[in-house]
Design a binder for this molecule. Structure first.
Ligand code: FES
Length: 423
């Protein structure tokens, strides 16, 4: 039986240091195949190699002694026993969406410590419990706290600084490590693939963000990523904490998300916890485009993510928007996502038509994807190109289209709807 481990190809490596400074290797002496450095390396200089499974060791899982291979992650060891892990939440599987050590969703109890199963080596004699104590306090890697002059996808156009000073802030934000998508154009890869920064509780993150709100005299508090929704327990507690630290009616609690696991019950829970603004990215409407943008190669999983994100927008539009929460939708754009201009036009038309059918007043923010991470070969779209996409969506009937460009944001031709629209 063989197992995949990873080696640095020195001919491709640029010695940028990312795989050691941002990625914390759980087993530097002997690779256990966790993939964290492999997925993070933008030069793709870390390559998989096959290795014979190492001799078996004995561990105790849920009170039963069992034999598992050595020199693998706890997750891989548990998988050899038939314990299932999934990248879309399915009970009773263990949810392991990022597999790079950032989200802290794949936790198990190991010798009384709660550890990331995807990011820890299995060791002889370990006592592992696959069920966590009911009262455990969630942690995850969150940081990069900063003020923002234009906000994110879920920031209403009326609050954005169109053409004003870039030093006039409207929002404070923090960012989560770990993402379930594998976008080659990840615009935030240094956060997404970080497994070294300290993990914090929801209360700790909410306190820091609240302090930042006071420092910058803003009313908007946001979380983005990586993908913030991956650790549901952490995120809902974070918004509850944020709400109790910011009880005033001016406070706006904002989530930006790829919405790929945002099911209706999860949305209800977030609204109950206190979110007021949400920015789901609808990365594509056609499966093939979605797979190109997100790097999710398994069609079944990609379809599940794609359809969940669209269903989330529809659910929010039907039940919460605009009276209870504000929603702005993101559309990542770069011509490199498409193999031909026909394919691009078809995708954009279908995308616009599907959103229009949900509600043509929903704010859209076109995001001009710049060259970064594994696609440094592409060009940032010109302002003219983004203006063309904006006009195309407006031509389909979308009323509130904003666009991010290298020269700043282009405002909508109509403001986002007021809160009484559906009353
Ligand atoms: S799946 Fe293990 S930390 Fe995210």
């Amino acid at each position: 039986m063989v197992h995949q481990i990873y080696r640095r190809n020195l001919d491709k490596c640029w010695n940028c240091g990312f795989c050691t400074e941002a990625v914390s290797c759980p087993s530097p002496q002997a690779c256990i195949g966790c993939q964290s450095c492999y997925l993070a390396c933008y030069r793709e200089a870390i390559e998989p190699i096959k290795q014979k499974i190492k001799p078996e060791i004995t561990i105790i899982v849920d009170e039963q002694p069992v034999s598992v291979p050595s020199q693998v992650t706890i997750k891989t060891a548990l998988e050899t026993l038939g314990i299932r892990f999934s990248r879309f939440p399915h009970s009773p599987d263990i949810f392991a969406p990022c597999q790079t050590g950032g989200c802290f969703s794949c936790l198990v109890l190991v010798d009384s410590k709660i550890l990331r199963s995807c990011h820890m080596p299995v060791k002889a004699g370990q006592h592992i419990q696959t069920k966590l104590p009911e009262d455990f306090i969630p942690h995850r890697i969150v940081g990069w706290y900063s003020p923002h002059p234009v906000g994110g996808v879920g920031t209403p156009g009326s609050a954005k600084n169109f053409g004003r000073s870039r030093f006039s802030y409207i929002e404070v934000a923090c960012f989560t490590a770990g993402c379930n998508l594998r976008c080659k154009t990840c615009q935030n890869f240094d956060t997404t693939y970080n497994s070294r920064a300290p993990a914090v509780t929801p209360h700790e993150a909410a306190e820091i963000l609240t302090r930042l709100r006071k420092k910058y005299h803003v009313n908007r508090l946001a979380i983005s990523g990586g993908e913030p929704t991956l650790n549901r327990r952490w995120l809902t507690q974070f918004f509850s904490e944020l709400k109790s630290l910011n009880p005033d009616p001016d406070a706006r609690l904002h989530l930006d998300t790829n919405a790929s696991i945002l099911t209706p019950d999860y949305i209800d829970e977030l609204v109950l916890a206190g979110i007021t603004d949400i920015g789901p990215d609808l990365k594509a409407v056609q499966l093939a485009t979605y797979q190109i943008i997100t790097g999710i190669t398994e069609p079944t999983l990609a379809r599940q993510y794609l359809e969940t994100s669209w269903a989330a927008v529809k659910y929010i539009a039907d039940y919460y928007y605009p009276n209870q929460i504000f929603m702005g939708v993101g559309l990542p754009y770069n011509a490199a996502f498409f193999s031909s201009s026909d394919q691009k036009e078809t995708e954009l038309h279908k995308w616009g038509a599907r959103l229009s059918a949900i509600d043509d007043h929903i704010q859209v923010c076109i995001l001009d994807y710049r060259p970064t991470f594994r696609r440094r070969d592409i060009c940032r779209p010109s302002v003219e190109e983004i203006r063309y996409v904006k006009q195309l969506l407006e031509g389909i009937g979308l009323k509130t289209v904003i666009a991010q460009t290298k020269l700043g944001h282009l405002p909508p031709i109509q403001p986002a709807p007021d809160r009484l629209k559906h009353q």
